[in-house]
Design a binder for this molecule. Structure first.
Ligand SMILES: NC(=O)c1ccc[n+]([C@@H]2O[C@H](COP(=O)([O-])OP(=O)(O)OC[C@H]3O[C@@H](n4cnc5c(N)ncnc54)[C@H](OP(=O)(O)O)[C@@H]3O)[C@@H](O)[C@H]2O)c1
Length: 270
């Protein structure tokens, strides 16, 4: 299937590692031009170098330093991308995940920081990308898509992940509202909800649970695997394949959807 992404332009937030970087790799394989951002200059330039090695045939990869909790940095990063590429077809919102803990573990400051990291960053990325996406959908290419990387916790709250559970619920409300408003313009808006997927974040999570509970890393990972129907943890590539489909021209009649890529971990019927 031709996904129709050759020469499409993309901005992927939170892409020096993990899921964001995997989506960048898959888009590059499809012939897209891709800007990736993260907070660390060292990490985002290293990621760009790695991606060039992984996809020697890649068109253009543009590393941009941007902390998505800072609105001015978002504006500047998107401007740099459009200056370099001449437009923007695809926005992928993403960032790191918030800390784990129970109700007594988080101060009001922690709550605000988590909402800035996972909810406000998504809203601000969309607000500032929207003028460019509107231009793209009105251009001969006609392609404009938003994809928000969220979490299965949006559908099924995860014990000990209050900060994630609450901010992801907000992302779903925002995504559905935006999909309704932008649908008539031909801009699709979807969320993708990863289950346990082997990335740096998951490795850190298992280390911190190992310290907190004394359980071995193997036991912790086995627990995560057993929660899914497929009885294993997902790979970054499996996640990226689904994400790139939702970003592609072939996903033209899919909007307002929250797609779990979780090996069957969420147990609800719909
Ligand atoms: N992996 C899973 O199993 C899983 C499951 C459910 C949900 N999720 C969610 O999916 C998202 C991505 O997870 P991941 O596993 O790919 O995490 P990861 O490996 O830790 O990658 C997170 C990326 O975001 C960047 N980042 C963090 N804070 C940022 C900020 N303020 N501004 C810009 N970039 C920022 C990091 O780069 P720098 O450090 O260089 O800034 C890094 O590139 C997270 O929200 C996570 O909670 C993951």
């Amino acid at each position: 299937m031709d996904l129709g992404l050759t020469k499409a332009t993309a901005f992927i937030a939170g892409a020096s590692s993990g899921l964001g970087k995997a989506v960048a790799r898959e888009l590059l394989r499809e012939g897209a031009r891709v800007a990736i951002c993260s907070r660390s200059k060292k990490r985002i330039f290293a990621a760009a170098e790695q991606l060039k090695k992984d996809v020697p045939e890649a068109d253009t990869i543009l590393p941009v330093v941007c902390d998505v909790t800072d609105e001015a940095q978002i504006e500047s990063a998107l401007d740099q991308t459009v200056d370099a590429f001449g437009g923007l077809n695809l926005l992928v919102s993403n960032a790191g995940g918030p800390a784990t803990g129970m109700i007594g573990d988080h101060s009001a400051t922690d709550w605000r920081a988590a909402l800035e990291l996972n909810l406000m960053s998504t809203i601000n990325l969309c607000r500032h990308a929207l003028p460019y996406l509107r231009k793209a959908v009105a251009s001969p290419s006609g392609l404009a898509r938003i994809l928000m990387i969220s979490s299965l916790s949006a559908k099924q709250p995860v014990p000990g992940l209050y900060l994630s559970n609450v901010s992801r619920a907000g992302v779903q409300g925002f995504a559905k509202s935006l999909s309704e408003e932008l649908g008539p313009e031909g801009i699709t808006v979807n969320t993708i909800l990863p289950g346990y997927t082997l990335t740096d974040r998951l490795a850190h999570l298992s280390e911190s649970l190992n310290e907190q509970t004394g359980k071995s890393i193997e036991e912790i990972e086995a627990g995560w695997s057993s929660s899914s129907a497929l009885k294993r943890i997902g790979t970054e590539d499996e996640f990226a394949a689904a994400a790139v489909f939702l970003l592609s021209r072939r996903a033209s009649f899919i909007t307002g959807v929250a797609l779990t890529v979780d090996g069957g971990a969420v147990k609800s019927l719909l």
